[in-house]
Design a protein around this ligand. Structure first.
Ligand code: 5GP
Length: 190
């Protein structure tokens, strides 16, 4: 069986990546599977362990790093996030195209290892809109909001590293564009 391909989706937190991904992840034409990342961040009330993330301690995460169990990892706002290699490889050997939703430094590490992967960056319609989303959705402390916005600004400087940029002005359309990009990429011979 042919191994599945790798699709990277990035975008500042608060841009609505999950809402877009949810709209196309089960499209049978795309044959996608999403890898569950590991994080040392605290679980939010709305999240479930093993579904949204594998929530682990910092010590557990650091052991995974030293045991080379992660395809990439990063520290984001004081918490670790990373992609377990075994999940990626298991899904690829089942022929699934693997979707990785990671921030920009993780995307860079993945592109180095898999130069043939396709990467899509989701941009907000404006920074003001992004700020509104971050404030409304998370109700976080002011310093965390400021850090998320800073990180968003620095991520927006890296969009030229991505093969495609999709604006989330209209989530339905953004999902359709992502589907088209992925379909074209998986149909293409390497
Ligand atoms: P949040 O705390 O809002 O769930 O995620 C914060 C950021 O971490 C988001 O930009 C998200 O894309 C990114 N992220 C989630 N999982 C991973 C991962 O496995 N690796 C990397 N590098 N970033 C991740």
């Amino acid at each position: 069986m042919e191994k599945g391909k790798l699709i990277i989706i990035s975008g500042p937190s608060g841009v609505g990546k999950n809402g877009i991904i949810e709209r196309f992840i089960n499209n049978p034409e795309l044959n996608l599977a999403q890898v569950i990342s590991m994080t040392s961040r605290e679980r939010r009330e709305s999240e479930r362990d093993g579904i949204h993330y594998d929530f682990v301690t910092r010590e557990y995460f650091e052991k995974a790093i030293s045991d080379n169990k992660l395809l990439e990892y990063t520290e984001f706002l004081g918490n670790y996030y990373g992609t377990p290699i075994d999940s990626v490889e298991r899904l690829r050997s089942l022929g699934k195209n693997v979707l990785l939703e990671v921030e920009a430094t993780g995307a860079k590490q993945i592109r180095k290892i898999f130069p043939n992967s396709v990467s899509v960056f989701i941009v907000p319609s404006s920074l003001a809109e992004l700020e509104k989303q971050i404030r409304e959705r998370r109700k976080e402390e002011e310093d965390v909001v400021a850090e998320r916005l800073n990180k968003a600004r620095s991520e927006l400087n890296l969009i030229s590293d991505y093969k495609f940029v999709v604006n989330n002005d209209d989530p339905e359309l953004a999902a359709e564009l992502c589907s088209l990009i992925i379909k074209r990429y998986i149909d293409k011979a390497d």
